[in-house]
Design a binder for this molecule. Structure first.
Ligand SMILES: Cc1cc2nc3c(=O)[nH]c(=O)nc-3n(C[C@H](O)[C@H](O)[C@H](O)COP(=O)(O)OP(=O)(O)OC[C@H]3O[C@@H](n4cnc5c(N)ncnc54)[C@H](O)[C@@H]3O)c2cc1C
Length: 337
């Protein structure tokens, strides 16, 4: 059985299923309820029950002791009737508090010749609230920062997933590829950036990734699928050769399972046995979509790709206000942002 939850003061409505917490329902329906640990310990998700009945399968958390009797924890509460709750909804990624947190490397896996997939775990009882597509800064011991996009979606947040490409001679990525072991401790600052899904639009979407620009786009597409976004979605992934398509089976499975998704890998230095698209990824986008005026476009990856694509897409009629991008700047350029 499902119930309807009305959130005041916005008047937003969501359905909540049996055995689904109010927070899980909000994440599924892209409603920005605040949260922290997702285990009833921190109180960040506290909101107020105006009418209706809830219950806590694990019993009420101690953190509610001494609070106003209307206070409830959305990460623990299950609905037993239709509800009206009062909560401070987050409208934008910027509304989420940026925190500096320690985290432990849970796993590191070489998924391509020059890409490692890291899974990071926050301390017991803590979760990172973020919007799909945002990034974090790893804070090095000398205080310098290195930006990496979060590759998972918020509903699937037991670990924070990063796709780290090796930069020859790079202070941090050399360490990741040569010395880092599971259980290493990192300090991160997160969440950052505004590269997130604009869900108020009904235009078809084009996603363009260059290399590890796949990371934030993976997070956004997984989020879009979780919240049931069914806008037509073309995903172009530009890399040099087949060995760089490090999670191609996953992208392929989106296309196979969802009729509104197309996946188009594009190789700039194609292997002899490659029969797919070749050339520059933004040129493939334009060849397939000569008129971009009706689209929302999302791009992530190296600055040269972003700059070339911006110029080409504008010439093809794209309104640049509907172009959302994360340029993987580094060094001095990144320090300025
Ligand atoms: C918002 C944002 C998100 C990002 N997300 C990702 C991501 O998900 N995955 C990912 O792999 N990278 C990502 N990057 C790029 C990443 O931050 C850099 O590659 C990283 O900081 C390199 O750190 P390093 O300490 O190894 O290199 P450094 O010690 O900083 O640099 C060593 C040398 O390599 C050059 N260099 C550094 N980075 C690059 C690069 N990317 N390409 C070419 N030359 C470089 C430097 O100018 C310097 O000469 C992102 C960048 C930004 C701004």
């Amino acid at each position: 059985m499902s119930f309807t939850v009305t959130i005041e003061p916005s008047g937003h409505r969501m359905t909540v299923e049996d055995n689904e917490t109010l927070l899980e329902a909000a994440l599924r329906q892209n409603i920005g309820l605040p949260y922290g640990c997702r285990s009833g310990l921190c109180g960040s998700c506290m909101c107020h029950l105006e009418s209706g009945q809830i219950h806590y399968p694990e019993g009420p958390s101690e953190i509610l002791e001494g609070e106003d009797p209307s206070s409830i924890l959305s990460c623990q509460a299950l609905a037993q009737s239709d509800l009206v709750i009062r909560a401070d909804e987050l409208e934008w990624a910027q509304d989420i508090e940026v925190r500096i947190l320690p985290c432990k490397v849970h796993s590191l896996e070489r998924i391509a010749h020059d890409v490692v997939r890291l899974q990071l775990k926050l301390p017991e009882g803590q979760r990172l609230q973020f919007q799909a597509g945002q990034y974090l800064d790893v804070i090095l011991s000398d205080g310098r920062k290195r930006a990496f996009s979060i590759a998972n979606a918020p509903h699937d947040d037991e670990y924070i997933e990063l796709h780290v490409r090796h930069v020859d001679g790079g202070q941090f990525t050399d360490f990741v590829f040569s010395e880092m072991q599971p259980k290493a401790i990192l300090r991160i600052e997160a969440p950052l950036g505004r590269f997130t899904l604009r869900d108020q639009s009904d235009r078809p979407m084009i996603f363009v990734a260059g290399g590890t620009g796949f990371a934030p786009i993976k997070g956004i597409i997984e989020h879009a699928l979780h919240v049931g976004d069914s806008r037509p979605l073309q995903f172009y992934w530009g890399v040099r050769a087949q060995r760089d398509l490090y999670m191609a089976e996953l992208a392929q499975s989106w296309q196979e399972k969802h009729s509104h998704i197309r996946f188009i890998p594009v190789l700039s230095e194609p292997d002899a046995d490659w029969s797919g698209r070749t050339g520059w990824v933004h040129e493939a986008v334009q060849a397939d979509n000569p008129d971009l005026s009706g689209f929302d476009v999302y791009m992530a990856g190296p600055p040269p790709m972003i700059n070339a694509a911006k110029a080409g897409f504008e010439a093809a009629g794209l309104d640049l206000a509907r172009l959302y991008s994360d340029s993987f700047e580094y060094g001095a350029a990144a320090d300025k942002t």
